[in-house]
Design a binder for this molecule. Structure first.
Ligand code: FES
Ligand code: FES
Length: 208
């Protein structure tokens, strides 16, 4: 199958690569750019684990082809994580595997176990028990980012609707809703929503 050149900005870095038309955006990000924070669960558009931002809109990267990203700006969970926002070394080349050093950017990442280097939203997930195994977390972080961009002060219903395309099979959703509420409040207050603010914050979500 012939290859096509795609030029795309990923987490702020220009990437030019030759890709087969059948290569999904998810596989391009994970296998070619080593941005493995974008997870693959169902691979047919149901679970939301593969969610990324394309020109600011949340999409499922398992349902998009890399070649469709020509001229677009893609943001993965790594790009939303202050400690590792740039694509890994080699990402700007023709897709050769890089050093593989990119961590997955999930709030459960062991390297960030002290909470350092997390975004406000990631810190809120951590503080509000919005994750357990963390597999779904990158997708939730990306979807919640898009949600908060459109609704800086979202209601519980708006949060639930905005995250309705993401499935979590272990934590339950109340902590996730609380986390988004806490992040929104923290932004309004102009300070972080990190550890120490979790237990009493955002209880409006309880009982939903
Ligand atoms: S892996 Fe893309 S929606 Fe599940
Ligand atoms: S935290 Fe385990 S699937 Fe969501």
């Amino acid at each position: 199958m012939g290859e096509h050149r795609v030029e795309v900005t990923v987490n702020g870095r220009s990437v030019s690569a030759m890709v087969e038309p059948r290569l999904t955006l998810a596989d391009f990000l994970r296998d070619r750019l080593r941005l493995t924070g974008t997870h693959l669960g169902c691979e047919h558009g149901v679970c939301g684990a593969c969610t990324v931002l394309v020109d600011g809109a949340a999409i499922r990267s398992c349902l998009a082809f890399a070649v469709q990203m020509q001229g677009c700006a893609v943001t993965t969970v790594e790009g939303l994580t202050p400690s590792n926002g740039a694509a890994s070394d080699g990402a700007a080349s023709d897709g050769a595997a890089s050093d593989g050093a990119a961590s997955d950017g999930a709030a459960s990442d062991g390297a960030a176990s002290d909470g350092a280097g997390l975004s406000e939203l990631q810190a809120a997930f951590r503080a509000e028990h919005g994750l357990q195994c963390g597999f779904c977390t990158p997708g939730f972080i990306v979807s919640a980012t898009a949600l908060l961009a459109n609704h800086p002060d979202p209601t519980v219903d708006q949060i639930r609707e905005g995250l309705s395309g993401n499935l979590c099979r272990c934590t339950g959703y109340q902590g996730i809703v609380r986390a988004v509420q806490a992040a929104a409040r923290a932004r309004h207050a102009g300070h972080g929503a990190g550890a120490g603010h979790g237990a009493g914050a955002g209880r409006e979500a309880d009982g939903e």
